[in-house]
Design a binder for this molecule. Sequence first.
Ligand SMILES: [Mn+2]
Length: 577
Amino acid sequence: MKQNNSSNDSRYNVNNTKDIAKNNKEQKKENNNKNNKTENRKNKNKMNNNKNNNKNNNNENKKDYNKNNENKSKNYSNDKKYPVYNPVKYKEIELSKIKHGDFYSGDVKILRKSQPGPVIFLVTDATSSVDAVIKDSDFETDEVINIKGKASERAGKLQIEIDSIKKSEKDFDKIIEQRAKPIRTDFSIKSDRFEKMKPHFIRVAQKIRRAVMQNQPIMIRHHNDSDGINSGLAIEQSIKGLMRRFGISPNYNLYRSPSKAPFYETGDVFKDITMSKRLTEGHGQKKPLVLVLDNGSTPEDVFGMKTLYTLGYDIIVIDHHNPVQIKNGKSTVCPYLIDHINPYLYELDSQTSAGMLCYEIGRMIDEEFENKLMPAIAAISDRCNIDETEEYIKKTGKTREELGRIGVAIDFIAYNMRFDPGKGLFEEVYVQPEFVNMINEKVLEGEETQLQSTLPYLKTQKINGITYSNIDLEKYTLRFTYPTPGKVIGKIHDRVETQHKGPVLSIGYLSDMLIIRANQPVLPVQKIIDRLQKDLPQANVDGGGHEQAGAIKFVSAHLQAVLQRIKVYLREVKLEE
Ligand SMILES: [Mn+2]
């Protein structure tokens, strides 16, 4: 290789000397003072003339350079000085199989171009990606080129030193599209629900794989509860696996962060935009693909999604929350997304939790990804009472109780980490039972304290055959203490449920919001919101949730009116016998 280059350089020099000699001759004719010139002066003139000559023939030279490079191996064998030297044999190899010392030849797409200094292209042939280095080149990102060069290892990383480069006519998008198709397309469990959504799962996995293969950074946003974190980790780990195998560094291309609000809050969206600018600008990076998990389906998400869409971001939502408004199979956020998986769009419900959906999509993103605990923990944490939950639990070899405790630990960590993604910390709970036990003891203590201070003040009554309870959580719970008000009302609800037969609905309220838990969908949260919006427009009611759990926000002055109305709605419920 080195010799090859120097031979090329010397050929260059030969040409240059010829040019110089020719220029000198012309100069002689015009200039009779040559005798007075010093050797230095002569050299200077030579250089100047040569420079002009180069300038005039700039384009020609560029072509020559490529030509020279291409014919390098041929030149070699024809070189009289080295008659026994074998010509370099470039091989067409997949980049995923290339190794140190290989002479590579093939069509590749430029994923990234870095300068100054020598040009470093990140190139892909859709099987893997690798750095390809050349002194200088006019080719830019996204162009498809044919390169020849030697692969060598530098600091544990393979790179190709480009000997020749030219434009390629290959339709590369088609090749990447094909390669992006998931290799593993079966589900980890049998499920009619999943089968119904299967083509959609494959399509979303393909889009995420394509983003990885095109070196598009990926930003993951997820709800910060156990289901949301299991969703985030499943997608993050599967993408990491694919990136590693594809020669792309997750450190600069993959980000994950939790959303405190149960929707994609405007503040989170703005933060993601500034972060994406910081990460990509000046680094020749593409705009990130945004993945919103266990969040993102409701009208409350529209403003955030519209903002990202307006600024040219691609967004995919994987969620199981009720989108509330669905028209012709499309939700209110759909116009701003490149894809949206939600069981409600298939006339299913929230029982297939986001953690289950993301785990199955993760298996399709990376055919080697596996963590049997994730979907089981997510399903238990989100109280999904479907066959799929049992299937997932069976696969783990652990009991429902053990898995539930891991879910509690995840919730506790998420609460304490707030806006931090908890990198590396969540991973511990899947493998460290002692750590899980410690956290569960701590949580249990907190729960007992909270129940002790709330239960005596719980008001329970029977309305229309429904056991209805409410409690002022602001007055009777400790603030900034785990468990949160939402969890406290969950625990209270569980307690009431064990003591009463039939439908149970429990409400815990703060000054400007209330949290609902129910054991049967007698009065779905969304129905309450719809009616309150009509009956009390001045209260500016908003919120969301599933049939049996949710939160409702309102202007605090109307708290009593809101509670009164809910009692009225309960009286009007027609219970099925
Ligand atoms: Mn969830």
